[in-house]
Design a binder for this molecule. Structure first.
Ligand code: HEM
Length: 411
């Protein structure tokens, strides 16, 4: 556990600026670190992070204090039979066929509307004009909520994300997050009750009607799941889309290949997930003493699993610091399933429920952006930087392109 080289503190400005250099040192010299201020062990190697995701000894009890205050109790905290039942209740709505049949038009429409707002301009910020709105608008529409509320959901989403990432415990941010929890409950509970009385063809109705072995979800359970979707399905996909475009813009030959063959988008997405994952770290809490990273992690302690480091472990990926959509050690056919080689959707029982939804959104979104924005390149002088430590993506992504006429009239 003694570091040969000093590892930058994961809460330092130096780490926030460039976590990847720190990951290299951890992978080589310090596979297990005790971090006093975070009161957490930190692991970085692929094998250790994968074990923490897959082995039952590692619980998700940490979400009791990380997420429950703002969302209420969610699937992420559950284990054993309770988790299996909840998963069986919500997962069918996110499977491939259900998604394609019901929600592909929703995804296509929301992407096209956002692009229409800037395609005639010749300039845009892919983060602020597109990525941060697209997944939230999709979720609101999938749930069958009022499209006029997109802006309100955007505000709630921003406040929930700020609450979850409030490392410095800013009082204003904390108070705002708790207010959002109450506002969201006040808004959602009457709608859920009403929807139970007249079910439709939307995701909220599916959740209301779902039943497995005599179990169903209460109004509060559904409200908590909707709140989780805003964070789990919003911020992640937001950052994924911005990152895939940034990675491609920084590798023009690969951008050209994807432009010529949209069938390469899933490859580019899989490599983006590995190279610049939206979620860089998640925690686990072992229920018993475990051997990990060459040391012992005691029962009840917190382990921070560095996905961003594990995805660049040279024992697993050749030239791990190179973005290469054609690499042969990251199969695309498993990249959006629990058999994925990268760890960006986690593995095991909490493997991301929305992986196929994220894939559909990225395929549609990137395809439409490339088609609508010819000659897309970074705006002159733009040098986009990544931001965030727990979740991470470009802070902004100013681009320019040859203007094109609108494809449709926005609603
Ligand atoms: C690129 C986009 C995405 C990334 C990188 C991502 C990442 C993750 C990760 C790492 C986990 C596991 C957390 C843990 O084990 O502690 C997870 C779980 C989850 N994700 Fe995603 N996610 C994405 C998109 C989505 C979308 C679009 C949705 C739904 C709208 C979604 C819904 C969920 C849910 C409900 C869980 C909890 C599953 C469970 O506890 O069984 N995610 N996601």
């Amino acid at each position: 556990m003694t570091a040969a080289r000093e590892v930058p503190d994961i809460l330092s400005a130096e780490f926030a600026e460039d976590p990847y250099s720190a990951y290299r040192i951890m992978l080589e010299d310090s596979p297990l670190i005790w971090h006093e201020p975070m009161q957490s062990y930190i692991v970085s190697r692929y094998e250790d992070v994968a074990r923490a995701f897959k082995e039952p000894a590692f619980t998700t009890d940490n979400y009791d204090w990380q997420l429950e205050p703002v969302h209420g109790k969610t699937i992420l905290q559950m284990s054993g039979r309770e988790h299996a039942v909840r998963r069986a209740l919500v997962a069918p709505a996110f499977r491939g066929q259900e998604l394609q049949a019901k929600f592909l038009p929703v995804i296509e429409r929301n992407s096209a509307e956002l692009i229409d707002a800037f395609r005639e301009r010749g300039t845009a910020d892919i983060v602020n004009d597109y990525a941060r709105h697209f997944p939230i608008n999709v979720i609101v529409d999938m749930l069958g909520l009022d499209r006029a509320e997109h802006a309100r959901f955007q505000r709630w989403y921003t406040s929930i994300i700020a609450f979850l990432g409030n490392l410095s415990q800013d009082e204003q941010v904390a108070a705002d997050g708790l207010r959002t929890r109450d506002e969201l409950a006040e808004y959602m509970i009457p709608i859920i009750r009403e929807r139970r009385r007249s079910l439709g063809d939307d995701l909220l109705s599916t959740l209301c009607a779902a039943e497995v072995d005599g179990h169903s979800m209460s109004d509060e359970d559904i409200k908590a799941f909707v709140s989780l979707l805003l964070a789990a399905g919003g911020e992640t996909t937001d950052k994924a889309i911005a990152s895939i475009i940034k990675n491609l813009l920084e590798h023009p030959e690969q951008l050209r290949a994807v432009r010529e063959d949209h069938g390469l988008i899933p490859r580019a997405f899989a490599e983006t997930l590995r190279y610049t994952p939206p979620v860089h770290m998640i925690m686990r809490q072992p229920a018993e003493d475990v051997e990990l990273g060459g040391g012992t992690v005691p029962a009840g302690s917190t382990v921070t699993c560095l996905i961003g480091a594990a995805n660049r472990d040279p024992s697993r990926f050749a030239n791990p610091d190179t973005f290469d959509i054609f690499r042969d050690d990251l199969p695309t056919d498993t990249a959006f399933s629990a058999a994925a080689q990268h760890l960006s959707f986690a593995l095991g029982r909490h493997f991301c429920v929305g992986a196929l939804l994220a894939k559909s959104e990225v395929e549609v979104g990137v395809g439409q952006l490339l088609d609508a924005l010819p000659d897309l390149e970074l705006a002159e002088g733009a040098a986009p930087v990544e931001q965030g430590v727990f979740t991470r993506g470009p802070a902004s992504l100013p681009v320019r392109f040859t203007p094109t006429p609108r494809a449709r009239t926005s609603a």
